[in-house]
Design a protein around this ligand. Structure first.
Ligand code: ZN
Length: 306
């Protein structure tokens, strides 16, 4: 599932101008999400669903240190931790440091990052009194088919794109037993320790007054949409990709986006009319809101419960 943070970034992308730093962050998040989806698909293909207890995107804390686990698979004997990377292009290792070939720039060593997470997870489980007959096995997964790493040791826990299918098949063979009550409890415990990020420091600042308004295209998310449908004007047409959507659906989508971006603002006819931007009169907004939501209050102070 897409994180709340990534959803917000998607919504904001066409409505505020991102700084270079924010653009990079958004791109990194999107790549990471794509990589995790790809990995989940592979996992679903290789391991029977009933034998698979998977937790994605866990953010945990131990000794005041937060650590993120991309994908955790609980089996009867082992906790598998997968760190998924979407690196593309050629990299090399020199004196234990990792570099990107094209620029010779050093990058954060992903093996260290993975080992650090494993240690913290081990300590956290111990501290929580979780009986650890369970082994922890961490693997660093590179999912992009055009990734190459020079000077990597044969014994390192790295799975390269060319090894991924085989690795998954082997994993499927190992996971032949359904998780039992104990694993369910462990999964619940881990989920309960998950920290939802309190502040989205990487998300650009925005306000209703300054944000670019308009209905976004359901297909390409662009704001270049116009009303069509003859005199009734009951459809939204995207000038960017040609997608057509019924007005009612577009308005409901716009309300949903408005609520996500402005959870503290009330949904009123006038605010949604301003938010959508394309309608000459607020009548159509009023009709759609009345049809779909409960109205609270009277006259100009009324709002809808969404
Ligand atoms: Zn479009």
């Amino acid at each position: 599932m897409m994180s709340h943070e990534l959803t917000l970034m998607h919504l904001l992308n066409c409505r505020v101008s991102f700084t270079e730093k924010e653009k990079k962050y958004f791109w990194k998040m999107r790549k990471g999400f794509e990589g995790e989806c790809q990995f989940d698909e592979l996992l679903a293909k290789s391991v029977p669903n009933e034998n698979c207890l998977v937790l994605n995107d866990l953010l945990l804390e131990h000794n005041n240190t937060q650590f993120q686990l991309d994908s955790v698979l609980l089996s009867t004997s082992t906790i598998y931790v997968f760190e998924i990377k979407t690196f593309e292009g050629d990299y090399y290792i020199k004196n234990g440091e990792w570099f990107f070939c094209k620029t010779n720039n050093a990058i954060t060593n992903p093996l260290h990052q993975m080992q650090r997470s494993e240690t913290l997870l081990r300590q956290l489980l111990q501290q929580q009194g979780i009986n650890s007959n369970l082994q922890i096995q961490s693997n660093l997964i590179f999912i992009h088919p055009e990734f190459t790493l020079y000077n990597s040791s044969k014994d390192s826990p790295i799975i390269f794109p060319t090894q991924l299918n085989r690795f998954m098949k082997d994993l499927g063979k190992k996971l032949t037993v359904k998780p039992n009550q104990r694993h369910m409890q462990l999964a619940e415990k881990l989920k309960s320790m998950h920290i939802s990020r309190p502040s989205f420091e990487n998300i650009p600042k925005y306000s209703f007054e300054t944000i670019k308004k308009g209905i976004s295209c359901a297909s390409c998310r662009s704001l270049h949409v116009i009303l069509i449908g003859g005199t009734k004007m009951h459809q939204i047409f995207c000038n960017n990709c040609g997608h057509v959507e019924e007005v009612d659906e577009s308005i409901l989508r716009a309300v949903k986006e408005y609520k996500l971006l402005f959870p503290d603002r009330k949904v009123t006819t006038s605010s949604i009319w301003q938010w959508c931007g394309v309608f000459k009169s607020p009548k159509v907004i009023m009709r759609v809101l009345k049809k779909n939501f409960n109205k609270v209050g009277k006259n100009r102070y009324s709002y809808f419960v969404v």
